[in-house]
Design a protein around this ligand. Structure first.
Ligand code: UDP
Ligand code: MG
Length: 316
């Protein structure tokens, strides 16, 4: 099979028939063998009934129905698990992404040798309240992930070599950082294609402004996990040591001051009147705490299932 198209959806009943017809038109025109996997993420409208109808009429339509709404990442994860095509395409259900882009995305994966190609909605049809924070978000994501050629991390329209989706694990709300996950798994040929974007035709957006707060927190988590996930002591131990050394220097300063006062006719000064005393106290306590966090982190990492999980590309 050439292509698996995965469509995560939450209450998108108006769009689905139109979306499927459009996909089918493009696929037929290009003679692709394909499947469309609709992942119904706990919709409360008639989406599932429409998916059932479509799958009755077309043998290549598959559906997964979550019992409740879990989120876009879990929906993609389940789609990825089941995908059989050589190239896997993800797209939103709301008709904002155009199926006309699929043939070129397919070509970039199969001919140009990309592992992952992300869409770039260069001209967006979304409200300003969304496009401006998005620019900031992408700049940060580029800097942290080191993937400097991507403008639009969170574009729903992406293409993957099958191997990629079988070897990364999307969870929580990590769908925003799939290119980063792929890069951490060793898939470094990551490309971009400018794609057409349209205003949402039916329904309304499923993500509010809290997407940016959560997005940043997830980015920090990912950075932390990919850098120190199996060696937490390297960060906590380092910070703890710096703190402890600072505290120790402060202790020496406090002691030296006290000795100086004692031998220069001021035997009754209190160390607690010396600001360095408080510096010594707090930094040494914080240093010890950081060290303990490092040890606990190591204990957790030692028991994590990821600790010996390596991406082996070939074996002979
Ligand atoms: N979606 C989903 N589960 C959710 C939220 C969204 O499957 O909990 C789907 C949604 O139906 C759409 C895609 O994810 O197909 C992108 O969502 P949306 O268009 O609301 O995001 P936006 O375009 O505003 O970023
Ligand atoms: Mg949308």
């Amino acid at each position: 099979m050439d292509i698996s198209i995965i469509v995560p959806l939450y209450n998108e009943e108006e769009s689905l028939p139109e979306l499927y017809a459009w996909i089918e038109r493009v696929m037929k025109a290009n003679n692709f063998t394909y499947e469309v996997i609709f992942v119904n993420d706990g919709s409360t409208d008639g989406s599932w009934r429409i998916i059932e109808d479509l799958s009755r009429q077309h043998g290549n339509v598959k559906g997964i129905k979550f019992r409740r709404n879990y989120g876009k990442s879990p929906a993609l994860f389940c789609g990825f698990e089941r995908a059989e095509g050589d190239v896997v395409i993800t797209m939103d259900a709301d008709l904002q992404d155009s199926p006309d882009e699929i043939p070129e995305l397919y070509r970039m994966i199969t001919k140009d040798g990309y592992d992952l190609v992300s869409g770039w909605k260069q001209k967006r049809y979304d409200p300003l309240s969304k496009t401006i924070p998005t620019k900031l978000f992408n700049a940060t994501a580029r800097a942290v992930s080191g993937i400097h050629n991507l403008h639009d991390f969170n574009c729903g329209l992406k293409a993957y070599r099958k191997e990629v989706v079988k070897n990364i694990e999307v969870y929580g709300e990590m769908h925003r950082y799939i290119p980063y996950l792929a890069k951490n798994a060793g898939f470094t040929r990551i490309g971009e294609k400018v794609v057409h974007h349209q205003a949402r035709k039916y329904g309304k957006t499923k993500f509010g402004l809290n997407r940016f707060v959560n997005g940043y927190l997830d980015l920090i988590t990912l950075w932390f996990l990919s850098t120190f996930g199996v060696k937490p002591m390297h960060i906590f131990g380092f910070l703890g040591s710096i703190m402890f050394v600072l505290g120790f220097i402060a202790v020496i300063v406090v002691g030296a001051n006290k000795l100086y006062d004692m031998y220069h006719g001021n035997p009754y000064t209190l160390v607690t009147e010396n600001p360095y005393f408080y510096l010594a106290l707090t930094t040494m306590i914080m240093g010890t705490q950081l060290f303990l966090a490092g040890f606990i982190g190591e204990l957790v990492a030692r028991n994590s299932q990821e600790r010996n999980n390596y991406q082996i590309e070939k074996e002979i």
